[in-house]
Design a protein around this ligand. Sequence first.
Ligand code: HEC
Length: 131
Amino acid sequence: MKSSLSFLGMGAAVIVFFAGGLTTLAQEPLEPRIAAYDKGPATIDVAQYPADMQKRYKLFATRCSKCHTIARPINCDFVLEDEWERYVKRMMRKPGSGINQAAGKDIYEFLAYDSKTRKKAMYEKRTKEVK
Ligand code: HEC
């Protein structure tokens, strides 16, 4: 009996700890670097992009603006394929992201194309640094 009571106590402690952690997460101020991305332009002019990329842009704009402004991924400094692969996967894994494998792949392809087009200079610079 004594042991099951202390087990209950431990459970409650875990719940309190977990809830406390969530509150801290929600209240944590944004890193200044990320806050600056959020203040940048919130659209990409895709008029010159191929039709399939324009379609993917729509998917990206809807799915990646659920938890933060779409300006965040538009203005961040990721350009390399590896960076986008890692980050799209990271965002897909966040609870409630609503982004499945197929959507993730399309969004990744859009971001890789966009980086080589709109962020061409940065893409070329970073590609040289990595080699
Ligand atoms: C379920 C919520 C959610 C969705 C959906 C989501 N994000 Fe995020 N995103 C976050 C959170 C929370 C952060 C800040 C913490 C972090 O980096 O994990 C973030 C941060 C970011 C950052 C800044 C990273 C940095 O450190 O520079 C980028 C870029 C980003 N997201 C891109 C995307 C893209 C692209 C998509 C769509 C594939 C997306 N997000 C969808 C929650 C989400």
